[in-house]
Ligand binder design. Structure first.
Ligand SMILES: Nc1ncnc2c1ncn2[C@@H]1O[C@H](COP(=O)(O)OP(=O)(O)OP(=O)(O)O)[C@@H](O)[C@H]1O
Length: 537
């Protein structure tokens, strides 16, 4: 993820360039001020006139530059953050389905909210602030050093002490930030779960338990935040002490030098004026370095959660499914739990298959292998002679439609939910709706296909959801449709009707995992597979 941010470096360089010019103008203004004060003390009218003109020009320039400084800063943060978020999404959707499902979604939710916020507030803003401080410090330092080289030595001492201190403090902070990010993951998952289980919690009087759990989780996060803030406060106090002690040393030295006559009164005022510009950047460095270091562990965590552990290179495209899917001595285990043992079977294009068997027997697992969510632990699945493992996911997925047990509905129109954002005309959509048994449902909707579905279809019944998923599959005109308990929420007449429609589809291969079995439709399947005791009969 860090590499992504580096790609927005050009905006950072632009921002620093504008910053350097803006701060240099301020530096010139203070040198001019020194000369004007000295000209007044010496009664030198020529010097006064030339410096007065200069100072007006410089002050005139400072306005557009201060506007440009905030504009380029904003542009850098905006471009870098958008790029980081987009890269995160791209990498997230490059994850294998099985590996994504193995993780708790809370990890990703927390990364997209809390971690991204930390990257913006601590890393991106931190890098800018460090650059700003460094440039500011350097220019004020040159300005002071041009009238008093002694300040140079003291300044170097201050910088070294501040930077070393920040590095030392940065280490434990990294550990605490990493721990806080982990606590946030747990917290986000918990909130997701509690909101999802709102009805169950209310109906079973679990409010008190939820309150206690919530208290413990929030307390841990807040306490971690408090620990991190404490470390920041200690560092800042020590930094302030170092900076103040050094500042007053510079002040005393410059006053002493003025008494001795080695610098002018104007130079003393210049040093005092610029002292703030040296102090502030140093304190800023002390504040931002530890924050930047603390985010380093977040990048490692993000990269780790986005990695695919099984990094197999898929090499083959599948344009159309033409002949067969063949299981050759397939074994499959979740971790060490064996579910399928030495399965060999054939699925032929255009034929219809019913998959039945006891609960927990492995029917959905068989379907997951067919859907390429998992690869076999041993053995091969060949699609038209190509190893399914080698088929590029996108090309395989174009040929199949999945009607899942859990149907997700987007917050969008019914049309987009059925067409899944692809270009189909109303006639095609209406035909799929008819075949999926959604005609009466559509008639009753106030805006027909343009009716909005909200909040994952909370006003839509389980049966209507299944029929929307079936309509998706029919509209997609895929070569293969995989159904997993698609009829479970439908009344028997509707279920039988839709099943017949699916069985009538010519040239389309259907694999239907179902507990709902009708004797009259069962006979229409070319084969019935029973998945039981790790075998398929
Ligand atoms: N992701 C997973 N990790 C570990 N074990 C799993 C996973 N998914 C399923 N299992 C286990 O594998 C076995 C087979 O599950 P599967 O979902 O394939 O059964 P099924 O026949 O479809 O059951 P049902 O009819 O109840 O849906 C079960 O014992 C289940 O607990």
């Amino acid at each position: 993820m860090k590499k992504t941010i580096r790609k927005s470096m050009i905006y950072l360089i632009l921002a620093f360039l504008v910053l350097t010019i803006g701060i240099s103008i301020d530096g010139y203004v203070s040198i001019s001020m020194m000369k004007i004060i000295d000209s007044a003390l010496e009664g030198n009218m020529t010097l006064f006139k030339s410096e007065a003109v200069k100072i007006f020009i410089l002050i005139g320039l400072s306005l557009p530059f201060s506007i440009l400084i905030s504009y380029t800063r904003g542009l850098y943060i905006y471009k870098s953050l958008v790029k980081t978020k987009i890269t995160y999404m791209e990498r997230l959707f490059a994850k294998n389905i099985n590996e994504f499902q193995a993780e708790n979604n809370g990890v990703y939710l927390s990364s997209m909210t809390n971690d991204m916020n930390n990257i913006e507030k601590k890393y991106l803003e931190g890098i800018y602030e460090v650059g700003n401080s460094f440039i500011g410090f350097l220019i004020s330092f040159i300005v002071i050093a041009s009238v008093s080289p002694w300040a140079l030595f003291i300044g170097i001492g201050i910088s070294v002490a501040s930077v070393v201190l920040s590095m030392i403090v940065g280490k434990p902070l990294q550990k605490h930030e990493k721990h806080r990010a982990e606590l946030f993951e747990g917290y986000t998952s918990y909130i997701k779960e509690v909101l999802g289980a709102f009805q169950i919690i209310k109906a079973n009087n679990l409010n008190e338990k939820v309150k206690d759990d919530f208290y413990n989780k929030s307390k841990d996060i807040q306490y971690k935040g408090y620990t991190i803030d404490k470390i920041h406060t200690y560092t800042l106090s020590i930094q302030q002490f170092i900076v103040y002690a050094s500042t007053f040393s510079i002040l005393l030295i410059s006053a002493f030098m003025a008494i001795k006559g080695s610098i002018t009164t104007g130079a003393v005022i210049l040093i005092i004026n610029n002292m703030g510009r040296v102090i502030f950047p140093l304190m800023n460095l002390g504040e931002w370095f530890p924050k930047i270091f603390s985010v380093k562990s977040l990048f490692t965590k993000l990269d780790h959660s986005l990695e695919n552990h099984e990094d197999y290179e898929e090499t083959t495209e599948l344009n159309n499914f033409k002949n067969t899917i063949e299981f050759q001595n397939v074994f499959f285990s979740y971790d060490n739990k064996e579910i399928l043992n030495d399965i060999s079977l054939n699925i032929t294009k255009g034929e219809k298959y019913l998959v039945i068997g006891p609960s927990g027997g492995g029917k959905s697992t068989l379907l997951k292998l067919l859907r390429k969510y998992f690869n076999p632990t041993k053995g091969k699945i060949l699609v038209d002679g190509n190893d399914l493992k080698d088929l590029k996911k996108e090309s395989y997925f174009k040929n199949i439609s999945n009607v899942e047990q859990q149907v997700f509905l987007f917050e969008d129109t019914l049309r987009n939910n059925i067409a899944l954002y692809k270009d189909y005309n109303d006639d095609e959509i209406n035909l799929a709706i008819d075949k999926a048994g959604l005609k009466d449902f559509l008639k009753a909707l106030p805006n027909g296909l343009d009716t909005m579905i909200y909040d994952n279809g909370k006003n839509i019944s389980g049966g209507e959801r299944s029929r929307i998923a079936i309509a998706r599959g029919l509209l997609n005109k895929s070569d293969i449709i995989f159904l997993d308990e698609a009829f479970a929420s439908l009344d028997s007449n509707v279920a039988r009707e839709i099943e017949n429609t699916l069985l009538d589809l010519e040239g389309v291969t259907i694999v239907n995992v179902s507990h709902v079995i009708f004797e009259e439709t069962k006979n229409r399947y070319n084969k019935v597979f029973t998945v039981k005791n790790k075998a398929v009969i």
